[in-house]
Design a protein around this ligand. Structure first.
Ligand SMILES: Nc1nc2c(ncn2[C@@H]2O[C@H](COP(=O)(O)OP(=O)(O)OP(=O)(O)O)[C@@H](O)[C@H]2O)c(=O)[nH]1
Ligand SMILES: [Mg+2]
Length: 238
């Protein structure tokens, strides 16, 4: 039998989504996975939410999907320790990733979930956009920069959401956004920066626009082993 997987000639274009408009409010919880082996098949398109613990990832997911209780929010940093999957449309998913950079967590636990995070980012082929959330009062910490640099090097588009912007005055907010834009422009990559508040819905429309555009792209899929395989067809028609 011919080698079919991992060969660019064997890609096919998935048909455009039947209803091409994505609505994030359709998001529904699918599953929580401790590592990438328990995730749904690596097909379609995923947009993942990443950031330091307590940056506001789960809150942003709830705001963007208009669903208060979709992702679990906590005052205790380190709440999201699993990879949480929310399906928005067929083969289109939002992913709430475990937060990084929280010191007061036992080392063994931290190692386990940081490994899941690293594996997800490196191996997940259907990951087509990364939302990186940073508290607007403390953006661009070392681990944030590592992640942004990695995404830039991997040609993965980034939306940097500067969260909890309701905590700053309008003037301070604008100057923070400008400062972050200036640093990230130097990376020469597809990175957008947006002030965001889950509380006040600031930046919701802009973030929704970027995420939906990513999700509405056509996805590339591997052919299934038996599909369109003339050798196999011959076997059955002889
Ligand atoms: N004022 C304000 N507080 C926010 C906002 N977004 C999140 N918070 C608060 O920040 C805390 C952490 O929010 P989460 O959404 O749970 O953060 P997370 O990044 O998912 O945290 P982990 O799952 O621990 O990584 C909660 O107390 C939220 O209520 C916001 O836009 N404004
Ligand atoms: Mg969370």
């Amino acid at each position: 039998m011919k080698e079919k997987r991992y060969n660019s000639e064997n890609f096919k274009r998935e048909k455009p989504l039947s209803s091409s408009k994505i609505h994030l409010s359709k998001a529904a919880f699918t599953l929580s996975a401790p590592d990438i082996r328990r995730l749904p098949a690596d097909a379609g398109i995923e947009v993942a939410f990443a950031g330091r613990s307590n940056a506001g990832k789960s809150s942003a997911l709830n705001t963007l999907t208009n669903q208060r209780g979709l992702a679990r929010i906590s005052k205790t940093p380190g709440r999201t320790q699993l990879i949480n999957v929310f399906e928005v449309a067929e083969n289109r998913r939002l992913i709430d990733l475990p937060g990084y950079g929280f010191a007061q967590v036992p080392l063994a636990m931290k190692k386990k979930w940081q490994k899941a995070l690293g594996e997800y980012l490196e191996k997940r082929q259907c990951l087509k956009g990364l939302v990186i959330l940073m508290d607007i009062r403390h953006p661009l910490k070392d681990l944030d920069m590592d992640l942004i640099q990695w995404a830039a090097d991997s040609d993965l588009p980034v939306l940097a959401l500067l969260t909890k912007c309701d905590k700053l005055s309008q003037g301070k907010r604008s100057s923070e956004v400008l400062a972050v834009k200036k640093v990230l422009e130097s990376l020469n990559a597809d990175i957008k920066v947006q002030a965001f508040s889950s509380l006040k819905y600031t930046g919701k429309e802009q973030a929704d626009g970027v995420i939906c555009e990513w999700l509405e792209q056509e996805a590339e899929e591997y052919l299934l082993p038996d599909e369109n395989d003339s050798d196999d067809v011959d076997e059955f028609t002889k």
